[in-house]
Design a protein around this ligand. Structure first.
Ligand code: SF4
Length: 605
């Protein structure tokens, strides 16, 4: 097959044994790779009902047909497992160089199961895998670990590692990969904790296999056509990185602050892309062969933290660690973001969990004695301390490490009403109240509170009616197909959306035809996206998900945005119910949200 290594590697971390299975053309064409392949592998290999930390849970690393081709944003891979936060299917992508190197091993997916007897790391090369001891790395930061492994395994290797948070099974532990000055984080869903539960500190890849493309001339022609639109569409990302979003989204009245008490943040300017760039920009960083270079390294030049160099906090991290906590101190955001990356924590879940703590403290549901350090709205020093405590489960950090939902359940009988989460995954920086497409999008997302199931990007266009619910179930479904296909190719969302389009359309069909040689149409790609979404839903249904789980945070349903340009917007239960009815009908699911046998048969599932 063109575009594929054609092999899947299974590694048993308990015994160190590995085996190779062929990836046939039929499943490859039905699921593409990446997300789709991971969904199939998890559905087939993870027994229903097991705890996410059970050794029988699997961690899948996967790439897709366009990985390591000439498509901009092609060095993207994903990690997938049953999530310890949601208890459901989860996948989370990352960039850097690791994805291209994984592809060069000739494996389209690597599946880790079991549990090593002692701290270990897994090395994957073209011949298979070995499990090596990593006791000396246990307790070390993600960056130290990656650097130590590259020193041991050679500079042509790439590594992704967990930090102390993953070792301590923090339910929102992340993985981080470092290449040159680029940091790439697979942040969401606590997949780092699943790796930690297997006693696996890191995965190292090395290989030199080339990805063959079926029609190089056709691919080149397509890329020539998108060169200018991509450049234009990514100009703000190239210049400022994702923090350029702070200003416009705040101006829309859709930037959650003070744990959703408001969606306007008065001090937004000082933590937005323009100001941050003016004060802290040190250099641009990029994933392998990507012309956009949306990553930035910041440097703090003066004051208490002078000399600090760290990755720019992304827009999502700014929201969660900044406005949600009433913090408008840019250097605190740089420090907190860096700390989360080094310790291996998801910034969104960390910030949103702390936002719950701020409100619970204010209500007297928690006290300073409970928390162990002074903390409250705007207290960035307390935030930094609590981030460290969370990663190592020290004191109150042990409760924070459970995520906002479980913490809230333990704090007060009405605690979960304050939590900004769907299916126990804390929500990101795209409003569930001010964007009706996300109201239904979050409620039905496989992963819960994720902005990579239904996309916010189309909804910020001035021509998009973000207030009406009328066409939003169809919008959410179509967007979910687009993200499923994008994450199966596997392609960076920024280059994808801004260069090739916001939905599955002819440019994607041309791309797949050129890479694979298959005569794929837009309709076939759309049904591949639908198949993957249904497969993920089946995984979740098997875990007990039904309509009652497709619900929004209490505040989103019951507390209208109080002021600003989106004042009054929310998604009351009856409105959500009507959108769910329409969405299930469109999907061919029964009224309880379960895919029907007839529909599954049509999808070949
Ligand atoms: S746009 Fe940014 S995240 Fe995407 S591949 Fe390029 S540098 Fe990496």
């Amino acid at each position: 097959m063109k575009g594929y290594g054609g092999r899947i590697l299974f590694v048993d971390c308990t015994t160190g044994a590995s085996r190779v299975e062929a990836l046939g053309e039929t499943p490859a064409r039905a699921l593409l790779g990446g997300n789709g392949l991971a969904a199939r592998l998890l559905y087939d290999h993870v027994p229903a009902g097991i705890d996410a930390f059970n050794p029988r849970n699997a961690v899948v690393f996967a790439v897709g047909p366009i990985t390591d081709t000439t498509v901009p944003g092609n060095s993207r891979a994903l990690v997938a497992a049953k999530s310890p936060l949601t208890g459901l299917f989860f996948d989370s992508t990352f960039g850097g160089r690791f994805p291209a190197t994984l592809k060069r091993t000739g494996f389209d997916a690597v599946v880790l199961t079991g549990r090593a007897a002692a701290p270990s790391y897994v090395v994957v090369d073209e011949t298979g895998a070995r499990v090596a001891p990593a006791a000396a790395l246990w307790g070390r930061s993600t960056r130290d670990t990656v650097n130590a492994l590259l020193a041991a395994e050679g500079g042509d290797a790439d590594a992704i590692a967990i930090g102390p948070a993953g070792e301590h099974r923090v339910r929102f532990a992340a993985l981080a990969h470092y290449w040159k000055n680029r940091e790439a984080v697979s942040g969401r869903g606590g997949l780092g904790a699943v790796l930690g539960s297997k006693n696996v500190k890191a995965v190292v890849v090395k290989g030199a296999r080339k990805t063959e493309v079926a029609d190089a001339a056709a691919l080149k022609a397509l890329l020539e056509e998108v060169r200018e639109p991509l450049k234009k569409g990514t100009a703000a990302l190239s210049t400022f990185g994702t923090p350029f979003l702070v200003g416009p989204i705040n101006a829309l009245g859709a930037l959650g602050s003070y744990n959703l008490r408001r969606e306007v943040f008065e001090q937004a300017r000082v933590i937005g892309g323009e100001e941050m760039k003016a004060h802290y920009h040190d250099r641009d960083t990029t994933c392998l062969k990507c012309p956009v270079a949306c990553g930035k390294q910041y440097a703090i030049k003066e004051g208490e933290f002078a000399g600090t160099k760290a990755k720019m906090p992304e827009y999502e991290s700014i929201f969660a660690l900044g406005p949600m906590l009433g913090i408008a101190e840019p250097e605190a955001l740089i420090l907190a973001n860096d700390l989360c990356d080094l310790l291996g924590l998801d910034t969104i879940s960390m910030g949103v969990t702390l936002a719950f703590v701020c409100e619970a403290l204010e209500r007297g549901w928690l006290s300073e004695k409970d928390v162990g350090v002074p903390f409250g709205w705007g207290d960035w020093r307390g935030m930094l301390k609590l981030v460290e405590m969370t990663a190592r489960r020290e004191g109150f950090g042990d409760r924070l490490a459970e995520g906002a939902w479980r913490l809230a359940e333990s704090v007060h009988s009405e605690g979960t009403k304050l939590v900004y989460a769907v299916k126990r995954l804390e929500l990101p920086a795209h409003s569930a109240r001010a964007l009706k497409g996300l109201s239904i999008g979050y409620a039905t997302a496989t992963r819960g509170g994720s902005h990579h199931d239904t996309r916010p990007t189309p909804q910020y266009a001035p021509t998009f009616d973000r207030r009406s619910t009328a066409d939003k179930p169809a919008f959410a479904a179509r967007s979910q197909h687009f993200t499923a296909v994008g994450d199966s190719l596997v392609m960076c969302r920024f280059t994808s959306e801004r260069g090739f389009g916001l939905f599955i359309d002819e440019p994607y069909a041309r791309m797949v035809r050129a890479v694979t040689g298959w005569d794929v149409s837009v309709a076939e790609l759309e049904s591949i996206g639908e198949r993957i979404v249904n497969l993920e839903r089946l995984f979740n249904v098997r875990e007990g998900v039904r309509r009652a789980a497709d619900v929004l945070p209490w505040k989103v349903m019951h507390e209208p945005i109080p002021d600003g340009p989106s004042a009054g917007m929310h998604c009351p239960p009856d409105e959500l119910a009507a959108m769910l009815d329409a969405y299930y009908a469109l999907r061919g699911w029964d009224p309880d949200g379960v895919p029907t046998a007839a529909h599954l048969a049509r999808l070949g599932l």
